[in-house]
Design a protein around this ligand. Structure first.
Ligand code: 5GP
Ligand code: MN
Length: 338
């Protein structure tokens, strides 16, 4: 961070801190938020984490989870009061205010100082303090580096390290994606030295399924996964009725898109499913095909080169049709990848 000293100075007195992250937080979003919250609490600040929506049950083990306020419309007034009263607002794992949905205007207009810590492409500028690095695999490791920059390595305890490790582990896909560099291993190693337990955290995040999630996965893989050899594309659509039929909860669709990409020969995979108010899309790709550009150009989205998302107000059928109609123009590019 360019002005870390100014931030350090501002945090030298107890402050009312609010931490928020993107809609439907994943382990990096929640882990960086709760890791930072744990640190700032130990430094004597009063801290509130507010998520713009609920999040998967397999993240509820994270220390500090019980104090998270998850926004829904019935809590708009309470959340607004907290946003207005904050001295400083940390925005983690997103850099476009649209990603916090109904909270966007509150945060934009709040009198608080704003800090953005993120690794997604094409950030907006709304914060006085910015720690942005798109080459960083996770926001969690940026929080780790920020705490070190603030001179507080020794403050990181087992709970903080565990939250940060979870974010780093998942955003590298378990240290397998091509964003996993030497630095990711070094920081993971440091976090383990500070008390994070890799096998426990991996068990909690990756190997703790509800039966409903497994059944949905089985159904989707056998009935809903479509491969278009001509385009080297795989896609899955899931209707509202199907999600209901399987009793699906928030997070049950997470990771499904990766199965599409794992099919031999596939270069781009999409997961398209109906949510309450819109249709959500998740994209994954291999090599130089940028799904971040693809989702920004066509589905109000963005993210990283090989992992992105977006949404649309079209119906599920219309969304699929739009997606399919786009493929011919990318055919050559998708087929030229090795
Ligand atoms: P996922 O498919 O796992 O939901 O998201 C993949 C990546 O794209 C994540 O880094 C996520 O934060 C980002 N992403 C997902 N949806 C959106 C979106 O609507 N807009 C932007 N800018 N990024 C998104
Ligand atoms: Mn992230």
């Amino acid at each position: 961070m360019d002005n870390a000293l100014a931030l350090q100075d501002y945090l030298s007195k107890p402050r009312k801190v609010l931490i928020t992250t993107h809609h439907k937080p994943d382990a990096d979003a929640l882990g960086s938020s709760l890791g930072l919250a744990g640190y700032l609490k130990k430094k004597g600040h009063s801290v509130q984490v507010i998520t713009p929506s609920d999040y998967p049950v397999f993240l509820a083990w994270m220390p500090g989870n019980e104090e998270v306020l998850a926004y829904d419309k019935s809590k708009a007034t309470l959340v607004n009061e907290k946003v207005q009263a904050a001295d400083i607002i940390f925005c983690l794992d997103f850099s476009a205010l649209g990603r916090i949905y109904d909270m966007a205007d509150m945060v934009r207009q709040a009198p608080a100082k704003k800090v953005m810590v993120d690794h997604h492409l094409e950030p907006e500028s709304f914060a006085e303090f910015v720690q942005w690095d798109p080459s960083s695999a996770s926001t969690a490791q940026l929080i780790y580096k920020l705490i070190l920059e603030l001179g507080d390595r020794a403050v990181i305890d087992e709970n903080i390290a565990s939250c940060l490790y979870a974010g780093l582990m998942t955003d590298t896909g378990g240290f397998r994606h091509n964003n996993t560099r030497h630095e990711e291993f070094l920081i993971a190693s440091e976090l383990v030295a500070m008390g994070a337990n890799p096998s426990r955290i991996s068990k909690l995040v990756y190997e703790t399924n509800t039966l409903t999630r497994l059944r949905l996965m089985g159904y989707v893989l056998s009935e809903k996964l479509v491969v278009l050899d001509e385009y080297k594309v795989a896609y899955i659509t899931i209707t509202e009725e199907e999600l209901k039929r399987f009793g699906s909860q928030t997070g049950d669709t997470e990771g499904l898109v990766n199965y599409g990409l794992s099919v031999q020969g596939v270069k781009m995979a999409a997961l398209i499913y109906k949510r309450k108010d819109d249709v959500k899309l998740s994209f994954r790709s291999l090599g130089n095909f940028s799904v971040s550009e693809f989702s920004r150009a066509h589905f109000e989205g963005g993210g990283h080169k090989n992992a992105s998302g977006g949404q649309t107000k079209l119906s599920l059928e219309e969304t699929l049709q739009k997606f399919l109609n786009l493929l011919p123009q990318y055919k050559e590019q998708l087929n030229s990848l090795d």
